[in-house]
Design a protein around this ligand. Structure first.
Ligand code: CO8
Length: 261
């Protein structure tokens, strides 16, 4: 892979978009590389994925404007579909994904971060959907995910106004969970990922499914989905062990790591 590095560190993995000379802008080759890296995840071992950008300045500064500039209607729709397919894949990965946003997250970069389960950022991060200033709409899920993540009114204000916002404002509107000094961001992301990875992996996956799929349903169906996913945790080794450990009165032993994959 020319534009993505993928590194596994025990139960967590870090996917870094690495096209620094263009502030990690997403062209077709970068999207292909992201897809290839996702194909290579070993789910028997990896329990949480972190996505970040190479360098100190940018997470991803958007889809590649040079590549897009001369597209036909059909080609543009196809490029939008390609990005949407890759980001939907990220959104529905069986394991949680953390976006460690280390600088510009504009256009497709903001959209990439929104396909992740959790966003944290550096204090120099900038978020925005500047597309209408370029004569286009957001096309990698921005119109849909921003409206769901913040509120339709706030999403419309940001998208119609093509206004970039800094980390503090992104936190205030609920777009990111936490802000860190740039040099502490990756350590914070790894700590967050490790905190997730130590929990029962089947249960964590079921929670991701319950939240993501439940948000698409009416409340009655969503609760039925929760009941099903809750039920499926039972009789697993992790459920038996997790509850038996809690109930054990003789607790001098150290809690063993959860084993299920
Ligand atoms: N595409 C291509 N190249 C880029 C991009 C980009 N999105 N962003 C930066 N670059 C390149 C620059 O052209 C420059 O290259 P070079 O050195 O060869 O001139 C290099 O990266 C460094 O950039 P700057 O010199 O501009 O750096 P600055 O620090 O001055 O500015 C900014 C940084 C503010 C981030 C500025 O680069 C910028 O505004 N970039 C564009 C941001 C943007 O508008 N992003 C949205 C793009 S549209 C989009 O993402 C739509 C997604 C949906 C697509 C749907 C498919 C049809």
């Amino acid at each position: 892979m020319e534009f993505v590095t993928y590194e596994q560190k025990g139960q967590i993995a870090v996917l870094t978009i690495s096209r620094e000379r263009a502030l990690n802008a997403l062209n077709s080759a970068v999207l292909n590389d992201i897809e290839e890296a996702l194909n290579g995840i070993n789910y028997d071992e990896v329990r949480c994925l972190i996505i970040t950008g190479a360098g100190q300045k940018s997470f991803v500064a958007g889809a590649d404007i040079a590549e897009m500039s001369n597209l036909s209607v059909a080609e543009a729709a196809a490029f939008s579909k390609k990005g949407n397919d890759v980001f939907r894949r990220i959104e529905t990965l069986p394991i949680p994904v953390i976006a460690a946003v280390n600088g510009f997250a504009l256009g497709g970069g903001c959209e990439l971060s929104m396909s992740c389960d959790i966003r944290i950022c550096s204090d120099n991060a900038v978020f925005g959907q500047p597309e209408v200033g370029l004569g286009i709409t957001p096309g990698f899920g921005g119109t849909q995910r921003l409206a769901r993540l913040v509120s339709p009114g706030m999403a419309k204000q940001l998208i119609y106004g093509a206004r970039n916002i800094k980390a503090e404002e992104a936190k205030r509107i609920g777009l990111v969970n936490e802000i860190y000094p740039a040099e502490e961001l990756m350590a914070a992301a790894e700590k967050l990922a490790s905190g997730i990875a130590k929990n029962a992996p089947i249960a964590v996956r079921q929670c991701k499914k319950a939240i993501n799929e439940g948000l698409e349903l009416g409340m009655d169906e969503a609760l039925a989905l929760e009941e099903k996913l809750f039920g499926e945790c039972f009789e697993t080794e992790d459920q038996r062990y997790g509850m038996a450990f809690f109930l054990d009165k003789n607790k001098e032993k150290v809690k063993e790591p959860f084993k299920n994959k």
